[in-house]
Design a protein around this ligand. Structure first.
Ligand code: FES
Length: 496
């Protein structure tokens, strides 16, 4: 399988610009496949590239994996012999057809380009201009992939280990899609892909993950105690948490679309890790029991309490696709007794009660707009959750994070943000630090200047989805600047 590289990464690898590579694609010197280019063709054109040294490439793949937070079942377990045979024969058919289709598509595209080039040799300047415009349009449109092409691309370029054991799952009525690797369950496949499927115990007991099998072959992969009614049995109802797919399947299942679809939960989690990110911020990672995971939407908050005595509402900083590992950013500057206890006394294995989720700072379903995420200090926590979820879902065409810090604060996860920007063409990261505290006039003036710069950087800001999170002062000042915009989605989250 040829190794495909994003345009940005290929440009960096051979030390040229993206526009130069785009020109090569336009001139037909190298071909592009869904916006990516083939490493072999690239090295033929730039022979000085050391292809044997793939350390950087592997590092990029690693970053993408980490950034996507495929925390569950990183290396899928192989299915049994019977399952593998069924999948392998179905996939072999599919791959042959897909390759034929792609081959025809590539030949046809090449023919159109040659035809246009030939026709552009005309002496008529108007026709020449139209043909050039048409050619440019084709070049620009080709990399834009449809959802199904993205899935096909994932299927064809996946890690060699898992390729033969992957099936495609389509969920109705939403039409959402995901890939199921190895013998993970339908529920795990959906959650890994960032879908907000309905579920409860994850253990085959509660029946909350009930779904109707419309087509395809499935197999029970775990035992369950749940009893279906006779009607449900005749209607092909299954439990997503105990069932895997042997072939591509279509199922009808409930998904949460709004905050009211997620029940209020009370979960006792344990401290998995508590690291200090810098002098003032610590990263707390809690682990929930396997059978009682936290369902939430990216950007939401929960109430954390310890011994029924200390509590605080905090934004979740992790992605809902990893519902057993929940992250929070705790600052020592809020003088809150709960934060003080966490930073000074909490230790590995201690119990923390999670109650929630709550809050409406969530992503919109509309994926067609640029998403601008603006954080101030630890307002980065809910912004990180939103960013991770947009990446897992491939939710938006462009995701831009702007992280501002106030006096003496640091961008404590800047490496993570830079790694995302390196790994994803659609992701950009910007940071700026204010010299003064937001309580002061100078600090307010600085923040206003930074926000004006952000607004000025987007001529089309009225069509963007904008999310801002930070302390009270930040939200007040931001509202002064952003409320006059007519952006289709403008959300604020106060983080104390
Ligand atoms: S989540 Fe409870 S039975 Fe599947």
């Amino acid at each position: 399988m040829p190794r495909l590289l994003s345009l940005s990464y290929a440009a960096r690898l051979v030390g040229t610009s993206r526009s130069k590579l785009q020109k090569h694609i336009q001139d037909g010197v190298i071909t592009s496949f869904e916006g990516k280019i083939n490493l072999t063709e690239l090295t033929q054109l730039y022979p000085q590239t050391i292809t044997e040294d793939t350390i950087m490439l592997d590092r990029v793949e690693e970053i993408i994996e980490q950034a996507c937070f495929k925390a569950r079942n990183h290396i899928p377990m192989p299915t049994d012999k019977e399952g593998l045979l069924i999948r392998a024969s179905a996939l072999a058919k599919e791959l042959t057809l897909a390759k034929l289709e792609l081959g025809n598509y590539a030949i046809f595209t090449q023919k159109i380009k040659s035809k246009l080039n030939k026709l552009s040799e005309t002496d008529n300047p108007e026709i020449k201009e139209i043909l050039h415009a048409l050619n440019d349009w084709i070049q620009a449109e080709l990399p834009k992939t449809s959802k199904s092409n993205t899935l096909l691309h994932q299927l064809l370029t996946q890690n060699k280990k898992s390729r033969p054991i992957t099936t495609h799952v389509q969920i109705l009525p939403s039409g959402h899609e995901c890939l199921l690797e190895g013998n993970i369950t339908l529920l795990e496949a959906g959650l890994n892909a960032g879908l907000a499927l309905n579920y409860g115990c994850s253990n085959g007991n509660c029946g909350n993950c009930k779904a109707k099998l419309i087509s395809g072959q499935i197999k029970k992969s775990r035992p369950s105690d749940y009893c279906f009614s006779e009607t449900e049995k005749t209607q092909n109802y299954i439990l997503m948490c105990t069932t895997t797919a042997l072939t591509d399947v279509i199922i009808e299942a409930d998904e949460a679309n709004k905050i009211q679809d997620i029940p209020l939960q009370n979960i006792i989690a344990k401290v998995k890790k508590l690291d200090s990110a810098n002098d003032t911020v610590s990263i707390l990672n809690l682990k929930t029991p396997r059978t009682k995971r936290l369902r939430f939407l990216a950007g939401q908050q929960v109430k954390l309490s310890i011994n029924d005595a200390l509590s605080k509402v905090l934004s979740i900083a992790s992605c809902p696709c990893d519902d057993m590992n929940i992250q929070f950013h705790i600052t020592s500057q809020d003088n809150n007794p709960f934060s003080k206890y966490i930073l000074e006394q909490l230790k590995f294995g201690d119990e923390v009660t999670i109650e929630g989720p709550q809050g409406e700072f969530i992503l919109s379903d509309d994926a067609s707009n640029t998403v601008i995420l603006i954080a101030m200090d630890t307002g980065f926590a809910p912004i990180k959750s939103l960013a991770e979820h947009t990446m897992t879902l491939a939710h938006a065409e462009n995701v831009h994070i702007h992280w501002l810090t106030s006096e003496k604060q640091e961008h404590y996860m800047r490496h993570q943000c830079r790694a995302w920007a390196d790994a994803f063409d659609s992701f950009q990261y910007f940071e700026a630090g204010l010299q003064h505290n937001l309580n002061t006039d100078k600090g307010k003036e600085e923040l206003n200047t930074q926000l004006s710069k952000i607004i000025g950087a987007y001529p089309n800001i009225d069509s963007c989805h904008i999310y801002l999170a930070g302390n009270k002062h930040f939200i007040e000042i931001s509202k002064g600047q952003f409320n006059s915009l007519s952006a289709p989605r403008l959300m604020y989250e106060q983080v104390d």
